[in-house]
Ligand binder design. Sequence first.
Ligand code: GUN
Length: 284
Amino acid sequence: MAIIMDGKATSAKVRADLAQKTIEFKEKYGYAPGLAVIIVGEDPASQIYVRNKKKACEEVGYNSFEYALPEKTTEEELLKLIDELNSDKKVHGILVQSPTPRHIDEKKIQLAIRPEKDVDAFHPVNVGKIMIGDYDFVPCTPAGITELLDEYGIETCGKSCVVIGRSDIVGKPMAMLMLHKNCTVTVCHSRTPDVAKVTKEADIVISAVGKADFVKGDMIKEGAVVIDVGMNRNSQGKLCGDVVYDECEKKAAYITPVPGGVGPMTITMLMKNTLKSAQLFAEK
Ligand code: GUN
């Protein structure tokens, strides 16, 4: 029986801490941290994410500035708005909800956001800073996972960690963070011939594949830590992760459920990055 790593409870604890730190921040500097969230178009899933980000800002005491732009917004118009927000003193974090409509080049958008306000940590400057281990912001999902590992006192030094998935947002920065936590890190991906051979040896398995039932019980070592980043729908339309939970839970020492594991941590980490940004701005 694995210990369940409760993302909801951990997230609530971090948010309470951020709310307290925000009170202190406001007393000291006389203003609140501010997060600008831009959404282009009407993707329903993105609208829910944006709403939740706004709610999180209210919960911890930040100002939130929402820009819901029509689908036909041009890249030029979006870049102009980003430029204005880059020099707006009330705004400490800027986020453009992904995916954007196809006529907008997301790479260009990521480059346009000032690295000091890039609370997603997508700008190459911030990506590079993560690489050298000297960073202010970490992308929200990997940050949420390290927060959970710390919360549950998981020893990482000298442990073997397998990250499944090599995306820019999760897999790659996750691997780098685990390297900074002194793990021996392996990254598996779609061209890895035998993922199970690698995961069977791992002390920590982090799956960010996006395929239901990808990580099965026989792929996991007894006593492993299993982190499930997946957000999939199974054949019945039910939300599930990448991990066959019932099988892995019997062998793992720690496991994150879906829902209620990594998911609740991500927006909270965005809040953490935003306060960090405001603090750096205030202390400049
Ligand atoms: N869409 C889904 N997740 C994210 C995220 O973490 N940041 C941004 N900007 N867009 C997203």
